[in-house]
Write a protein that binds this ligand. Structure first.
Ligand code: PMP
Length: 786
């Protein structure tokens, strides 16, 4: 059997339909064709008012099945479903099914149904949460009603029945690679499904978005059209099919599906087995749809209706293929209350207040409850996806399978300290130093960025015998006492005790907001370092990030670090480059951000991205400095450099290399920067955009002349972006810089999404200042359907 017996579809003209309406029903109305797959449907109009649908069945359609549809319409009319179904109109002859012959002599059957007012779900954008829940609830009411209906014709082998979805897989060969390969996991999941615990009955089986009718306000489902796919199958198939179509064109398809599931579950509670089968079946429906579409396109290459849901279905399948395995099922389990480890956000917030130190802050006024990470996305307990634009720890992507597998493998073999010989330790030290210029050849492995900077302090002091330190304004170097003392961000911030005597603060070489902004800015900022270095007796080190994170994503004028380093060395100090935020290819053009400055430090400190979230840090220095430190007192770090950490660190280096992430950061960063520059041409609020690879900043100002910082506006923007599913944060002394430093797998499509969101929110904010236009979450979540 072919996927759909399209070759036998009736071919009546509108004039034929008009004549049939007159002859059979005594109606003189205008007829216009409606799109359909196997049958022909004509809308009969009385002037502007739509009145009836004349349905001419495919000649292969069994009379018995048309009888089923008629009986079902009458059955539903007598049930309290809260829905309006078409009514069947008998012909003048008294028959509800009229036989008719086409010009070619083929026999067909004609029926007349009343027209139901409404708008197709497919024609509504965006789909509000209310509408999606209403879809689920309406379908559940229909399924509850259908439980009382039987008809022998429903017992059929039908290619759109999800139990027989494998009939569609016969068309797999029509699909090109890599698409065919992409479908395989969905098909495998379908093949492994246990159908036995799933309740069965007669189901509607076709809640596609062109069959779902919605009220004029676009908030409530009022009807389901076309009973041509009714079949006896697993009841859950109805919801699975609705999900498949409700997810089409959504930025966040699983969150949208969860809304439909929630609406359904409230009216017809899903069993645990049904809940677990849902996603597999919804995905199987999409696979069946693209397979049948390929077959139908082969049969009828000019029928555009056949392709109508094909492109969005592929786009959705590609998106679903990117979701972490098992996640959609977990979202549905949570939606239906089957997740045992789920605790409410309120209870977690209460526990946090009760048992965690109060100096720990939490992001956002309405905090997020994040339970899953995958690549550049985070997922909350309600199933919503967030594009993570700030997490530079999950450097090669949240939960990278290669890194996780390396950690798990080593964890199963051995985890101990560094007082034994081990391949991983040697290899990691060799591989890490190979990324750095001479003379940075000696490695110390630690457990965090703070430990790295703390050790850098000790190395510098041991080597120089000095004690004094130069730091950049607004810098943050870590959470220990000694590091708070060299972090103006902390000692000048809330709760800080001001600058300690052994520390001198250098102006942040900020060419947008700082004192020097011209061509000579590098030399003038460096002159401050030179002056302070000369005047400081007992200078140990100059600490500087290679581009300032906490300072507000500030990039130094070219040559600044090289000049400042030379001055520090001339005064007997050493230069520490804090690459905790900026290292490991994020800069795009270079592996280390200091390289963009043409400078070579004496000590480099690393953390955050080094092991993709596994707690690790490193210090790399020169042989000379390392030898000065070896004064008899051992440096031992219980966890630092253990084989598991080294395995994690090695796999991060492998992934950066094998996935070309440094180059990817360069290309994507350039693309994003260009987009941000375009945005700044349209929005006065953007004072400056700057970036290097995937380390970027957007500085917001109230006035481009005075550069008055727009801190409140920045935090409002970040909050709105969170509502739209995009995570950003602010930084800088005035909290007016939006920082962007996503996992490096962040791609061009993500950049587009970010830019689109920023554009909408900035336009919304500008409009809000003058009127009351505001963007809704759903405006952003739905993509236009072709
Ligand atoms: N240096 C810089 C530049 C940092 O941003 C941080 C952390 N934000 C640290 C050091 C300290 O790292 P950790 O939190 O891993 O101790």
């Amino acid at each position: 059997m072919t996927a759909a017996n399209l070759t036998h579809a009736p071919r009546f003209s509108a004039a034929d339909a008009q004549r049939l309406a007159q002859d059979f029903y005594g109606l003189s109305l205008a007829a216009e064709p409606l799109p359909s797959e196997r049958d022909q449907n004509f809308l009969l109009r009385d002037g502007a008012a739509a009145r009836f649908v004349l349905k001419i069945a495919n000649r292969d359609e069994a009379l018995e099945f048309l009888d089923l549809q008629n009986k079902l319409l009458r059955f539903l009319a007598g049930r309290d479903t809260g829905l309006e179904f078409p009514r069947l109109i008998a012909a003048r002859s008294g028959l509800e099914i009229m036989p008719v012959s086409a010009a070619d002599g083929s026999a067909h059957f004609v029926r007349l149904l009343t027209w139901v007012e409404g708008v197709c779900l497919a024609d509504i954008a965006p789909h509000s949460q209310e509408l999606l829940r209403s879809l689920g609830a309406a379908l559940a009411r229909l399924d509850n009603a259908l439980a009382g209906f039987t008809h022998p014709a429903a017992q059929r082998v039908f290619h759109w029945d999800l139990r027989h979805a494998s009939m569609a897989w016969q068309q797999l060969d029509l699909l090109p690679e890599p698409r065919r390969r992409m479908l395989q996991p969905f098909l495998d999941a379908w093949g492994e499904l246990d159908w036995s615990p799933l309740p069965s009955g007669v189901i509607y089986n076709d809640a596609n978005d062109y069959n779902v009718l919605v009220d004029a306000a676009g908030t409530r489902v009022v009807s389901f059209l076309d009973l041509g796919d009714v079949v006896h199958s697993a009841v859950i198939g109805d919801l699975a099919i609705a999900l498949a179509y409700a997810m089409l064109g959504k930025r966040d398809p699983i969150a949208a599906a969860a809304d439909v599931v929630a609406g359904y579950h409230q009216i017809r509670p899903l069993s645990e087995a049904e809940t677990d089968a849902l996603y597999t079946l919804a995905a199987a429906r999409l696979c069946a749809s693209v397979c049948h579409a390929a077959d139908q396109a082969r049969q009828a290459p000019h029928n555009s209706y056949l392709n109508i849901s094909n492109q969005p279905a592929w786009a959705l399948l590609e998106k679903l293929a990117d979701f972490p395995a098992g996640w959609p099922r977990e979202v549905f389990r949570r939606t239906c209350g089957y997740s045992c480890d789920a605790r409410s956000s309120a209870s977690l917030a209460e526990s946090r207040r009760r048992v965690l130190g109060p100096s720990l802050s939490i992001s956002y006024s309405r905090p997020l409850h994040i339970i899953r990470g995958w690549r550049q996305h985070l997922y909350d307990a309600g199933g919503r996806a967030y594009l993570d634009c700030v997490n530079n720890v999950a450097h090669v992507g949240h939960c990278h399978p290669r890194v996780n597998a390396a950690i798990a493998r080593q964890m199963d073999l051995l985890n101990t300290n560094t007082r034994y010989l081990h391949e991983h330790l040697a290899e990691y030290a060799e591989r890490l130093t190979a990324t750095l210029p001479e003379p940075l050849r000696v490695v110390f492995l630690v457990c965090s960025g703070s430990e790295a900077n703390e050790l850098a302090l000790r190395l510098a002091r041991a080597h120089t015998k000095g004690d004094k330190l130069l730091v950049l304004d607004a810098a943050y170097h870590g959470n220990t006492s000694a590091l708070v003392d060299i972090s103006p961000y902390k000692f000048n911030g809330p709760g800080g005790r001001g600058k300690p005597a052994h520390v001198e603060v250098m102006p942040l070489p900020d060419i947008y907001r700082g004192p020097y902004r011209g061509a000579d800015a590098a030399a003038r900022y460096a002159a401050h370092v030179a002056g302070a270095a000369r005047q400081t007796a007992g200078l140990a080190a100059f600490f500087a990030e290679s581009a300032s994170g906490c300072g507000g994503q500030v990039f130094f004028p070219r040559g600044y670090l090289a000049e400042a380093f030379a001055a520090v060395r001339a005064a007997g100090g050493v230069c520490v480059a804090d690459e905790v935020q900026t290292g490991f290819g994020r800069a795009g053009s270079h592996f280390w951000m200091f390289e963009t400055q043409g400078a070579v430090p004496d000590i480099v400190t690393m953390g955050k991205p080094i092991a993709n979230g596994h707690p690790m840090g490193a210090v790399v220095t020169t042989r000379e400095i390392a030898d000065s430190f070896a004064n008899g007192m051992e440096y031992f770090n219980t966890f630092g450099g253990n084989p598991v950490s080294c395995a994690a660190g090695l796999s991060v280096l492998d992934v950066i290399r094998d996935e070309g992430l440094q180059e990817h950061a360069r290309v994507t960063g350039d693309y994003l920067l260009a987009g941000l520059r375009e945005l700044s041409a349209r929005h006065e609020l953007i004072g400056d955009v700057r970036g290097c690879g995937l380390f970027l900043g957007i500085e917001l100002v109230r006035d481009r002349e005075t550069r008055e910082p727009a801190g409140q506006e920045a935090s409002r923007l970040v909050d709105r972006m969170k509502d739209l599913g995009v995570l950003l944060s602010t930084d800088g002394p005035h909290h007016n810089v939006i920082k962007i430093k996503p996992p490096l797998v962040f791609g061009q499509a993500d950049a587009d999404l970010l830019l689109e969101g920023l554009g909408s929110v900035l336009a919304g904010q500008a409009a809000q200042d003058s009127s009351s236009v505001s963007l809704t979450l759903q405006d952003f979540r739905s993509e236009p359907r072709q």
